[in-house]
Design a protein around this ligand. Structure first.
Ligand code: MN
Ligand code: MN
Length: 414
């Protein structure tokens, strides 16, 4: 690796004109220089200290950052694999909030499993809830502010969105329940302090309950005194049509569904290196505070250098392996490796790329607290700037600049 970098730098310097003599530092521009590539006595690189090889080996980009990195940026990598599970009869959940991951101010993430007929209790909260189903089948219920209920069954790759304050429930279905990932549109949100229907009833004077529901007090004598949060139902979920009939209201159904099907994602980019598919308020109409994409990168492909002008990016890693570098003023740059179950966070407008470093497809989701997805591509911008200005700025032949990928390919090579 070291000698390869030196050879590349030397070759690049030799191939360039006198005007680019400083290219000796190509690939390692920092002052003072950082990176293993400039270490002259290899002993300076060894690490004799206590080791946890499993953990350390997971992040080669931390052990040996690219020489283009400049240390000092806040951590932008974390993982559900690091989060303790809260397990109850019926399922479990774990979360990464801004308490665990300080940079994540706009989004709090929850990973939840509900076994067959495991129920996440009827509840609501002050934040909006967006989710992607990562496994199995799940039944959702919700009612809107005009008294219009919806029940729906969702499956792997489908989404739901519950606006702030609208009450809902979740249930794992046969044959094997469900698993999903929630993004709350507030980094401080916690799955463990939602407003639970059992808590409210237990903490309301019985005579008020009786008056409220127009029933004798006796009707409530067996209500749970503590909340259920997640519980194992002993009653199999009825057919969807049966529940639809049970919950039907004179007010009708919500005008726009609170779920979104995997097949309805809108293709934004499709190249030989992969695809970007979109679900934001332009096609998932109710999703007013969360915009999301599913990105697939083929082996050897790169989600090109870009940024998002309107929101921070919270990303969730589903399949494959990748590497991300985030660029900031300073200049500063930080690189991390990502695996399934990991979470990344890139502040608004900071430059980044995603590289597939494995030999299988890489799939991850970009999630934004925004009503719509927005992106600026570096190559597209430069390809549509005055060519002499770009040539002079970067000291690159105008003929080569004309070959930059145009029209936001998103996945390169095109
Ligand atoms: Mn909820
Ligand atoms: Mn991005």
């Amino acid at each position: 690796m070291l000698s390869r970098r030196n050879i590349l730098a030397t070759a690049a310097a030799g191939a360039m004109s006198a005007a680019t003599a400083r290219a000796a530092s190509f690939g390692d521009p920092d002052q003072p220089a950082e990176g293993a590539v400039i270490v002259t006595k290899p002993k300076a690189l060894t690490d004799a200290g206590p080791q946890d090889p499993g953990l350390a080996g997971n992040e080669p980009a931390f052990q040996n950052p690219p020489a283009t990195d400049v240390n000092g940026m806040p951590q932008f990598w974390t993982s559900f694999n690091l989060a303790p599970k809260r397990i109850q009869n019926g399922g479990w959940a774990r979360q990464i909030t801004s308490d665990d991951f300080k940079i994540s101010s706009t989004i709090s993430g929850v990973n939840m499993r509900l076994g067959p007929n495991g129920v996440r209790e009827l509840h609501w909260h002050q934040q909006a809830e967006w989710a992607v189903v990562t496994y199995g089948n799940c039944r959702i219920t919700i009612i809107d502010q005009d008294g219009r209920p919806q029940v729906a069954d969702v499956t792997e790759g489908d989404l739901w969105y519950f606006p702030a304050g609208l009450p809902h429930s979740l249930q794992g279905l046969d044959p094997d329940g469900t698993e999903f990932v929630i993004a709350f549109d507030n980094g401080d949100s916690s799955e463990f302090n939602t407003l639970l229907v059992t808590d409210w009833l237990a903490h309301t004077p019985p005579e008020v309950l009786a008056k409220n529901f127009s029933l004798p007090i006796d009707a409530f004598k067996n209500i749970p005194l503590h909340n259920k949060w997640i519980y194992q139902s002993n009653v199999p979920a009825p057919p969807l049509a049966t529940v639809e009939a049970q919950i039907a209201a004179a007010a009708g159904k919500p005008p726009n569904p609170y779920i979104f099907r995997r097949a309805d994602f809108k293709p934004l980019a499709d190249t030989k290196s992969g695809s970007v598919r979109l679900a934001d308020s332009t096609n998932f109409l109710v999703s007013k505070t969360i915009a999301a994409t599913v990105v697939t990168i083929k082996p050897g492909g790169l989600r090109d250098m870009h940024w998002h002008p309107n929101a921070d990016e919270w990303n969730y890693w589903i399949k494959g392996e990748g590497r991300v570098t985030v660029f900031n003023t300073g200049p500063q740059a930080i690189t991390a490796n990502f695996h399934p179950g990991d979470i990344g966070y890139v502040k608004k407008a900071l430059g980044h790329y995603v590289e597939n470093t494995g030999d299988t497809d890489l799939v991850y989701m970009e999630v934004f607290r925004a009503d719509r997805f927005e992106e600026v591509s570096l190559s597209d911008w430069l390809a549509h700037s005055p060519i002499d200005m770009v040539a002079e700025t970067l000291n690159i032949d105008p003929g080569l600049i004309a070959q930059f990928p145009k029209n936001r390919p998103d996945l390169v090579p095109v």
